[in-house]
Design a protein around this ligand. Structure first.
Ligand SMILES: Cc1ncc(COP(=O)(O)O)c(C=O)c1O
Length: 373
């Protein structure tokens, strides 16, 4: 689905030198490379504070911990996301409240969010799925009205821009709520050579709390003011990320070009619904995810593609409310029709920074050959 070797080769001299520098000064934990990346990332996102941490899941967990939520408090998110979003809610003994997504963008449905609010609701986690921002303006309005926290899961949409339909102001996705979170998993748009993540905020107090929580709840060495965790971005990953950050916008452009090629190629068939970009956001295409018509045999298509040496993936085959570990008498099959429909009909095609017209031609040709039969 990605070509991380090809991407590395293009920036090899810079990356190798940065790794060597970390090795030579042996500042593996909290070294200068971490601070440098943090500052560059703050500037890129236009936020006051970035708190680097071990991975995107930790960033979400730290965010919920920093908000002082209590067991039983309800946190609203979508049933159509990667498990990490709901996992951290459950781990902290909070109650995940799931809602459906919109059929065109696959992002959280603000109307469903409002309907799901109860006196126990404390926070909303909108997920900016596949590379475009959810309707954060609508979510912010709901949160303000009901006095709720917003933690944005921006693991898949780092670098996307959201434009407020009222003010016309544009800011980076993930920087509207109280805390934004992202992942530097290698295949993410801004991917490390291992695990990594970050939380970000404009709130000084929350930033301080996030830093302390990520460092064993400790401000002064060996004095623990709160129960925290150990979650760090190591210096080697930070050095690599700092280089990749300077290429992030050009990476997004390469992904957008590939997506545009797919969209055009698939416009000839009504058996494929190509991804829709909402008019308030840019799309950085972490995934190129299409929806297949009922009559297309998705498994058959995947097998056909494998025979041509082409990868494809289903994100996500089982909605959260139907996952074994998350079964809950509050939810039944059929409760989230859009999510359930998508889980049976979506298919993601390779989209990355190294795609050539030749590769795209081969993939689109193979897909069309199967669906048009
Ligand atoms: C939507 C979403 N949230 C959270 C995460 C968790 O990130 P990580 O794998 O770095 O823990 C991911 C990444 O896989 C993700 O896609």
């Amino acid at each position: 689905m990605v070509d991380l070797v090809g991407q590395y080769k293009k920036i090899k001299p810079e990356v190798d030198a940065a790794i060597m520098e970390v090795m030579e000064n042996a500042s593996f934990i909290n070294g200068p490379a971490v601070k440098k990346f943090q500052q560059h990332f703050e500037k890129y996102l236009g936020v006051k504070h970035v708190i680097p941490c071990g991975n995107g899941t930790d960033a979400l967990q730290l965010a919920l911990m920093a908000l002082d939520l209590q067991p039983g408090d309800e946190v609203i998110t979508t049933s159509f996301t990667f498990i990490a979003t709901a996992e951290v809610i459950a781990l902290l003994k909070l109650t995940p409240v799931l809602v459906d997504v919109l059929p065109d963008t696959y992002n959280i449905d603000p109307e469903a969010v409002e309907k799901a609010i109860t006196p126990k609701t404390k926070a909303i986690i909108p997920v900016h799925l596949f590379g475009q921002s959810a309707n954060i303006h609508a979510i912010l309005k709901i949160a303000q009205k009901h006095n709720l926290f917003i933690v944005e899961d921006t693991a898949q949409a780092i670098g996307a821009d959201f434009t407020c339909p009222e003010s016309g102001n544009t800011k980076k996705a993930g920087t509207f709520g109280h805390i934004g979170c992202t992942s530097f998993f290698p295949s993410k748009n801004l991917g490390a050579f291992g695990d990594g993540g970050a939380a970000f905020t404009n709130d000084d107090e929350l930033a301080e709390k996030l830093r302390v929580l990520a460092n064993h709840g400790m401000k002064v060495r060996y004095y623990h003011d709160m129960v925290g965790v150990n979650s760090r971005l190591d210096s080697m990953q930070a050095a690599i990320l700092d280089i990749k950050l300077s290429h992030l916008d050009e990476y997004a452009e390469a992904r957008q070009k590939a997506a545009a090629y797919y969209n055009k190629a698939f416009s000839v068939t009504d058996k494929i619904q190509t991804p829709v970009t909402a008019d308030f956001t840019t799309h950085v295409f972490h995934q190129y995810t299409m929806v297949l018509a009922d009559e297309v045999d998705r498994e058959g298509l995947q097998k056909h593609l494998v025979n041509r040496g082409i990868a494809s993936a289903v994100y996500y085959p089982v909605p959260l409310h139907l996952q074994k570990a998350y079964r809950d008498p509050r939810y039944q099959e059929g409760d989230f029709p859009v999510t359930e429909y998508l889980s049976h009909h979506v298919l993601s095609l390779p989209v990355h920074t190294e795609m050539t017209e030749e590769i795209l031609k081969e993939i689109t040709g193979a897909v069309l050959e199967f669906v048009e039969g």
